[in-house]
Design a protein around this ligand. Structure first.
Ligand SMILES: Cc1cc2nc3c(=O)[nH]c(=O)nc-3n(C[C@H](O)[C@H](O)[C@H](O)COP(=O)(O)OP(=O)(O)OC[C@H]3O[C@@H](n4cnc5c(N)ncnc54)[C@H](O)[C@@H]3O)c2cc1C
Length: 483
């Protein structure tokens, strides 16, 4: 039994949805495109799972957050796929792949062949068992990667009114879940081994702002230790959590957010891997010319950093998808992907965005001591602003830091940068620069359920732009020195 398609997308998550939209926009014919996903629903905006989905009232539910509403584009319901002749093979895993023969074997025993394959398999949540702790199967132990995890978490929340939760892990999943639990009136203790939350991205100073805010909402932190074991009742539910430092906490539920691992397994030994993902070039083409990889699973060249990165962010999933489709369908008109990483989070009434790289010296601005304030930081590496973080900004201010990170202005005097604070980014962003023409794989406009980078072009800055800003930065640096 088998079917053949021109284009097959393996995986049915965020990047798959955005790739499908791009294929259809570029005129794919009925019956040419197939998406195979082991999820039972059409692609959706995954970030909604830790935000709107967990709200106690007016919670987000499908079909409201199918892709591509997060980028304020069309909402691709199952009907949309049908109308556009896109075959959705849902609830079906791919259990093996043969890139030489260009075939995939599904869990239902079907062989699906392709001319072009896009790997969009994303990542899976790391399990406690991989760290030597048993108990993931207990009904009150929850992870959060897909909609079935989210439903299990909602059930656990609803079964524990006023109860106690332990959140294992201080990354963004842990932080966003903890906030949702508090909103659901559950008492939360967060446990993680690092010295502060969001350790991969945030500096201790910025992290401390969020931790203080969380504490003001009743969250307790136990840092510098890890989960050691669970106690279970006769029904197999976890009743107590024991930490390596000897602390014992009685719980009604546990949420685990200890990282993810890209789903590369089907292609190991067949495609070149790098940074834990599938290595692709600036066109998202893997070491096999018929196979592309996008989203969380792809390690692609980030020009601005001069190295390959594997990002785990929704914006990169969306944009890599569009670019890969463009590369496949119009290779001669598609340049190399030029992207500045963008990441965001929203918890309680707080909201932040981060652009670029968190490398180099950090220059803070704004009031990090006051709750509800606007503050941020620049990262300055080798004399250039390479990253920017902003909490509580306006739309224009987020636009300004996005643009500044793209332009990478030269900065000689960090004290002056600190003094100017957000005003520096605003000034940089208001300077007219020669922008390159819009890329064919442009991003989108305003966010609905989700945030998005405010400048579609921030992923597209090219040589002309760099040259313009270098001149401006020189002028600007001189001018500042005269002040
Ligand atoms: C709860 C949550 C909140 C998030 N919040 C944010 C946020 O606030 N900001 C942000 O920037 N990013 C956020 N992210 C990250 C963002 O959602 C991911 O970067 C994005 O989903 C990656 O898209 P993807 O298409 O690569 O992978 P995914 O969306 O994970 O899709 C992968 C798909 O492949 C399928 N699949 C895998 N293997 C197989 C197989 N063998 N056979 C068939 N199907 C397979 C999976 O079932 C899934 O459908 C969040 C992620 C989660 C889980």
């Amino acid at each position: 039994m088998g079917r053949a398609f021109v284009y097959v997308i393996l995986g049915g998550g965020v990047s798959a949805g955005y790739a499908a939209l791009e294929f259809v926009r570029r005129g794919v014919s009925h019956g040419e495109l197939c998406i195979i996903s082991n999820e039972s629903v059409a692609p959706y905006e995954r970030p909604a799972l830790s935000k709107g989905y967990l709200l106690p009232e007016a919670a987000a539910r499908l079909p409201s957050f199918h892709t591509c509403v997060g980028a304020n584009e069309e909402r691709l319901t199952p009907k949309w796929y049908k109308e556009h002749g896109v075959e959705l093979v849902l609830g079906t895993g791919v259990k093996s792949a043969d890139v030489k023969r260009k075939t995939l074997l599904t869990t239902t025993g079907e062989t699906i062949s392709y001319k072009f394959l896009i790997i969009a398999t994303g990542a899976r949540a790391l399990k406690l068992e991989e760290f030597g702790v048993n108990g993931s199967d207990a009904e009150n132990v929850c992870y959060l990667r897909d909609i079935s995890d989210a439903n299990r978490l909602v059930n656990a929340i609803q079964s524990s009114p006023g109860g106690n939760a332990v959140v294992i892990g201080g990354g963004y999943i842990g932080m966003e879940c903890a906030a949702s639990l508090v909103i659901n009136k559950i008492n939360v203790t967060m446990v993680f081994p690092e010295a502060h939350c969001m350790a991969r991205l945030l500096t201790p100073k910025i992290a401390s702002y969020y931790e203080e805010y969380y504490k003001s909402r009743g969250v307790k932190f136990i840092k510098g230790t890890v989960l050691s074991s669970f106690d279970f009742d006769s029904n197999g539910k976890v009743t107590d959590v024991t930490l390596r430092d000897g602390t014992k906490l009685s719980v009604d539920m546990v949420v685990v957010g200890i990282g993810i691992r890209p789903n590369t397994g089907l292609f190991e030994g067949q495609l070149t891997l790098e940074k834990g993902g599938i290595k692709v070039n600036g066109m998202f083409q893997s070491s096999n010319s018929s196979v592309y990889a996008i989203g969380d699973v792809a390690a692609f060249p980030v020009k601005a950093f001069g190295e390959k990165r594997r990002l785990e962010h929704v914006d990169s999933a969306r944009k890599s998808a569009k670019h890969a489709v463009s590369s496949i369908m119009e290779p001669d008109k598609t340049g190399e992907f030029d992207y500045i990483p963008f990441f965001y989070s929203r918890v309680f009434t707080l909201s932040w965005q981060f652009y670029g790289d968190n490398a180099g010296e950090v220059v803070y601005y704004g009031d990090l001591s006051a709750s509800g304030s606007t503050f941020g930081a620049y990262w300055v590496n080798k004399g250039h602003v390479v990253g920017a973080f902003l909490e509580g900004g306006t739309r224009e201010e987020y636009e300004a830091i996005a643009k500044t990170t793209t332009l990478r202005p030269a900065v000689e005097d960090l004290t002056e940068l600190e003094r100017q604070g957000l005003g520096f980014a605003v000034a940089v962003s208001q300077k007219p620069v020669a922008l390159p023409p819009p890329i064919e794989v442009s991003g989108s406009t305003s966010g609905l359920l989700l945030e998005k980078p405010l400048y579609a072009w921030h992923a597209t800055a090219g040589v002309v732009l760099a040259a313009s800003i270098a001149a401006f930065a020189y002028f600007y640096g001189k001018r500042r020195r005269r002040w």
